[in-house]
Design a protein around this ligand. Structure first.
Ligand SMILES: C[S@@+](CC[C@H](N)C(=O)[O-])C[C@H]1O[C@@H](n2cnc3c(N)ncnc32)[C@H](O)[C@@H]1O
Length: 306
């Protein structure tokens, strides 16, 4: 009698767990993939941690999906390059939720660590995700790699380390990407310059307090880097939105930069970018990080037109 009751209880618990899972998943979503990505437990179940991870994934996905739907054929044949792909969980989720049912589109995962590339290739094979390609290349190298098409619709870079985000922007510009979805990671280059130059003229003003303490130097370095990136994108013909990734509250790296190509090169953004570089003693970065910036004179002239 007791055994039967236990059995009934277990069956009830399994049914409840199945129902909870079904509620969280999208139609056709691969449980196998979610297990491989450790979003679901090995038994294919949800726990507190997996609910949080799924929330993060869906939050990011909803931004990307909206943009993909704006592309020709509602994104069915879109090309996406994911930079600093790591284990490629973003690429896999995109394939699973968006491209799988559409039967078209290609995702390129770009990652320097060959062992991660191999792992992603093996997982894609196992899942039958044939339109996912993984390249063991740096972001910079990928801009001229023959394995990639001349034009890419969307560039993503989720926590690509340090200046890899800048390389992803350069890649997006070279490939005339319609959209760029960037979540920058730690950034040391600007902070190092700030430390070195003590920001020249600003050092004698109260604004120097913004980076006097080493922690603040790092923080303002990051903030300034992202501000410069946004201005650069605007100067190069993109409309930019900056928002926050929910669920990443524990991380300070939760800034999401969404860029949409409009073709309107904003001259005032170019001018402000140059002015900021000059104020903070960062002119040396201009050629290296912002090579497509229009010349200073033409930028100034154009400001009056804007
Ligand atoms: C913090 S992980 C993020 C991985 C993944 N995008 C995610 O959010 O889960 C950063 C990844 O970028 C890779 N990476 C760093 N610099 C790179 C570069 N210049 N080119 C390509 N990959 C790079 C690292 O090897 C690492 O796997």
């Amino acid at each position: 009698m007791k055994r039967q009751a236990d059995k009934g209880q277990r069956a009830g618990a399994t049914a409840a767990a199945d129902a909870a899972l079904a509620e969280e998943l999208r139609p056709g979503q691969s449980v196998e993939l979610l297990k491989e990505l450790h979003i679901l437990t090995r038994e294919g179940r949800l726990n507190q941690d997996s609910r949080r991870k799924l929330k993060q994934v869906y939050h990011l996905y909803q931004f990307i999906e909206k943009l993909l739907l704006e592309l020709p054929e509602e994104g069915a044949a879109a090309t996406v390059a994911d930079h600093g792909a790591g284990k490629s969980y973003l690429g896999f989720i995109l394939h699973d939720l968006f491209f799988k049912a559409r039967g078209g589109g290609h995702i390129y995962g770009i990652e320097t660590r060959a062992e991660l590339v191999e792992r992603s290739r093996a997982l894609a094979d196992r899942l039958g995700f044939a339109r996912m390609h993984f390249l063991a290349l740096s972001v910079a190298e990928s801009a001229t790699a023959t394995e990639l098409p001349a034009q890419i619709d969307m560039v993503t870079a989720l926590h690509a380390c340090d200046t890899a985000t800048d390389d992803a922007i350069a890649f997006g510009l070279a490939k005339q990407a319609r959209f760029m979805v960037l979540v920058p990671c730690c950034q040391a280059e600007v902070a190092a310059s700030l430390r070195q130059n003590k920001a020249l003229s600003l050092a004698r003003t109260p604004l120097a307090e913004l980076w006097r303490h080493p922690l603040h130097t790092r923080e303002i370095g990051s903030q300034l880097t992202n501000v410069l990136r946004c201005l650069y994108l605007e100067a190069c013909g993109y409309q930019v939105t900056v928002t926050e990734l929910v669920g990443w509250e524990h991380s300070m790296k939760n800034e999401l930069i969404l860029a949409r190509r409009t073709g309107h090169r904003k001259a005032s953004a170019a001018q402000r970018l140059r002015a900021l570089l000059a104020e903070f003693g960062l002119d040396a970065l201009a050629g290296r990080r912002f090579p497509a910036l229009p010349l200073a004179a033409s930028a100034t002239e154009a400001v009056h037109e804007a």
